[in-house]
Write a protein that binds this ligand. Structure first.
Ligand code: SF4
Ligand code: SF4
Length: 343
């Protein structure tokens, strides 16, 4: 697997233009260059040259990065910040037992969740067209099955477990590799089928496997099937909603089309709908003050949209938004919302 040293030329390609500062949610709060890509790359350059040593301070700044990728989209040098920050975290991970312990606990939790998911009832209709559903940590979601069944698609639900993203962003590349290997082992039994996902983060991670030595695979989102099948949707009764776009969601246009074309559904775009929910901050309790700024502004934007329901399409975003909703609005996965409310 790639290491930080392999990203030398990418890190050197940072022109220090500072454009990343204008979009980084953390820099907007801290105003500190060490908390944004430009500053990260200055530190990482020092590490690669041997002028700096990996330290708790550098790791603190890497941990402050939300891995939202907003800066990469604006970076004129096209640098993939999330990958480089993860590889820098991997350097810290290798040197610190406490990081390994945290990872072992996380692996244990993810393994436990996978076992619980085995108990989910996924009984459904049989159709000629079949797809494989990668359900991730949330386990097979009946709503996804119901929507796909309504398009005459049968859903096969192997218990894959996690995609490995939580380990990847913490720099535990060995565990990430294990999740990747487990995915390919399962998928090897179903070579002729499409793989369908609902969660944006799972989708992005599975698509990234080929960058980390995995075979290229075709992944489709449930919304692509809705679009392809011209599925016409109408809610039983009028509802006004807003949508939080997960950082890892690359096909918002497909989702927006469904939001706008579903009858009886009014979609209002909230301010900064595409700014990170701050999930990474939940694990960074040492920086409570910075993170609570992030949560507060997301909460305010949802409330000000006037919608009583906020939809999203990532399990982690859904959990984060629900934790800070304070009972002011409902947080739902978009597919779950459709399965529950369409005629
Ligand atoms: S936008 Fe890209 S090139 Fe410009 S300072 Fe940020 S990381 Fe460097
Ligand atoms: S990934 Fe997000 S939080 Fe991290 S430096 Fe880029 S914009 Fe800031």
């Amino acid at each position: 697997m790639k290491t930080l040293q392999d990203c030398k030329s990418e890190i050197h390609s940072c022109s220090k233009c500072g454009l990343c500062q204008s979009v980084c949610p953390i820099y907007k709060i801290t105003g500190n260059d060490c908390t944004v890509s430009r500053g990260h790359f200055i530190m990482l350059k020092g590490l690669i040259k041997g002028e700096l040593k990996m330290s708790k301070t550098i790791n603190k700044y890497l941990d402050l990065c939300l891995k939202c990728g907003a800066c990469s989209k604006f970076c004129p040098s096209g640098i993939d910040v999330v990958d480089i920050v993860a590889l820098a975290k991997a350097e810290y991970f290798k040197l610190h037992k406490t990081e390994k312990l945290k990872s072992a606990i996380l692996n244990f939790i993810l393994g436990f969740v996978k076992k619980i998911n085995l108990l989910k009832n996924t009984k459904q209709k049989k159709f000629e067209k079949k797809v494989i559903y990668f359900a991730g940590c949330g386990g097979a979601n009946k709503s996804v099955i119901k929507i796909l069944n309504s398009m005459n698609i049968e859903v096969i639900t192997p218990n894959f477990g996690c995609c490995g993203f939580p380990l990847f962003v913490r720099g535990d590349m060995e565990s990430f590799q294990k999740y990747m290997d487990s995915f390919y082992k399962i998928i090897g039994q179903y070579e002729d089928y499409d793989i369908v996902v609902n969660c944006a983060t799972c989708e992005k991670t599975l698509k990234s496997y080929s960058k980390w030595g995995g075979k290229e695979i075709k992944i489709k989102n449930v919304f692509e099937y809705i679009k392809e099948n011209n599925l016409s949707l109408e809610l039983k009764k009028y509802q006004k909603v807003t949508f939080h776009k997960p950082c890892n969601l690359d096909n918002f246009e497909d989702i927006k089309q469904v939001l706008e074309n579903t009858k009886n559904l009014e979609y209002v775009e909230m301010k900064d709908f595409d700014i990170c929910c701050g999930l990474e901050g939940l694990t960074n309790l040492k920086e409570r003050k910075i993170m609570s700024e992030l949560f507060k502004s997301k909460h305010k934007n949802i409330v000000e949209s006037g919608a009583k329901t906020v939809l999203t399409s990532c399990l982690a975003c859904k959990i984060t938004l629900a934790l800070f909703s304070l009972g002011k609005y409902k947080v739902q996965d978009f597919i779950e919302f459709l399965a529950k409310n369409v005629k």
